[in-house]
Write a protein that binds this ligand. Structure first.
Ligand code: GUN
Ligand code: ZN
Length: 430
């Protein structure tokens, strides 16, 4: 057993329902076999467990491991393609790189870069857009298992619009997806997701094959893109003769295990449909800003009861840090004025942790640091003398400290990451 000691902030109760965050200075968490067995003031817990090993994280802040609900594994090397709207960016930046993952050894080295980047950012759980090639997806699952991350991912399928090298058929997509799921679904921390790239690149037959694969893999997740860019939306509506949201719904693809990225431009009926289906939205604020996709209508989703979490959307997003995504989410809502949702630091922490766990059906395991949960955690300890270090030392309250972490924190401030109580090997405690 191990006693972790530090200032611990988390959101076991939902700030969007008015709950405050939980902030406890000098608290101890007793962890056995990856599970938090006891939690309380350091002095009291230490007195009860005088002989246990201690991991002292007193300097800085301890948060639940971050949950990234939308991130593309093949795009880690093309982050930063600025100045283009979605469809141009796909054509010029993302898709040429994605075609290179046809080579399994190239895909393997990209997978190593990708899982290392997630761990260094303090992300312990992610819903990952895989590659268009099954061997590349194998490399991703293997790399994630080696590092120890909780990954839900799968083969990305498309049968139109994209360059021919990225296309497959409904039958082949189903067959390769099933084989991947048999190898990786519910193996260790890996789970399978069914992933049509977006309606624009998928025929009705392909979306039907995705539904069939969901039926064949109990517990599998579904993820895709939705209502991201106005030009894209017009194309989809013309092709399917229905709304973008309905293009998925009419194939039975929206449900409690569905996570749709973006939803920047939904009609009111479509927000209601997502709520009725209990589907989640992955809000990707730096991507929306970088591609000028628009400003996410968070208040409309919250009011309708749609579950919302955060995604980095690397590589349209500008990095893996969920602190940066939180800050950009705040900026976006501020800029919307009266239509914006007034996000507090507690909301940002919730979006980056427990909301993601809920979207991925993992709330019973992770998302906060309560007794009974797994110890998936990130330790933010800025370098001495850095601006964040100075700001944290002068913060008047835990809420203020958290706001400073979102304003100033980067991957460089991630001093340790744990999953199931074990330090991730590439990061570890410094
Ligand atoms: N829509 C379809 N593919 C993509 C992608 O790779 N990134 C984003 N942001 N949107 C998409
Ligand atoms: Zn995306």
């Amino acid at each position: 057993m191990t006693l972790f000691r530090g200032t611990v902030l988390d959101t076991p109760d939902d700030p969007f329902l008015g709950a405050p965050m939980r902030a406890e200075a000098d608290v101890a968490l007793l962890v056995r076999a990856g599970v938090i067995e006891d939690r309380g003031p350091w002095a009291a817990l230490r007195a009860r467990h005088p002989d246990e090993e201690v991991v002292d994280l007193s300097d800085g802040l301890v948060l639940p491991g971050f949950v990234d609900t939308h991130v593309h594994f093949p795009q880690v090397r093309v982050i930063g393609g600025l100045g283009m709207p979605l469809l141009d960016w796909l054509e010029q930046c993302a898709l040429p790189e994605e075609a290179r993952l046809a080579d399994p050894s190239y895909a393997g080295s990209v997978a190593e870069d990708f899982v290392g980047a997630l761990a260094r950012a303090g992300t312990t759980t992610a819903l990952v857009f895989g590659a268009h090639y099954a061997p590349a997806v194998d490399r991703l699952f293997a790399a994630a298992a080696r590092v120890g991350l909780r990954i839900t991912s799968g083969l990305v399928v498309s049968d139109r619009l994209l360059r021919p090298a990225l296309l497959t058929t409904p039958a082949r997509g189903h067959e390769e997806g099933l084989a991947l799921a048999e190898r990786w679904h519910d193996r260790g921390r890996n789970r399978y997701a069914v992933i049509p790239r977006f309606s624009l690149s998928c025929s009705d037959e392909m979306l039907a094959a995705c539904r069939a694969l969901l039926d064949d893999v109990p517990g599998a997740y579904f993820t895709s893109h939705l209502n991201e860019n106005l030009e894209e939306i017009l194309h989809v509506e013309r092709l399917f003769d229905c709304s973008y949201t309905q293009s998925y719904d009419r194939h039975g693809l929206l449900g409690p295990r569905s996570v749709l990225a973006h939803d920047v431009h939904p009609a009111e009926a479509d927000v209601k449909l997502l709520a009725a289906r209990e589907a989640s939205v992955a809000h990707c604020p730096t991507s929306n800003a970088a591609l000028a996709s628009g400003a996410f209508p968070l208040a409309r989703h919250v009011d309708a009861g749609v579950r919302v979490a955060l995604g980095s959307d690397v590589g349209a997003g500008t990095g893996f840090s969920m602190l940066k995504e939180g800050l950009q989410a705040y900026f976006t809502q501020q800029q919307l004025g009266a239509a914006g949702y007034p996000l507090t630091p507690a909301h940002l922490l919730h979006l980056a942790t427990s909301a993601g766990a809920a979207a991925l059906g993992l709330s019973s395991l992770v998302g906060d640091l309560s007794v009974g949960k797994r110890f998936d955690a990130v330790w933010l300890r800025p370098a001495g003398g850095s601006t964040l270090d100075v700001a944290l030392r002068h913060a008047s309250s835990p809420e203020a400290a958290l706001a400073r972490a979102f304003a100033l924190g980067t991957d460089a401030d991630v001093a340790g990451v744990w999953v199931d109580g074990d330090p991730l090997p590439r990061v570890g405690a410094r």
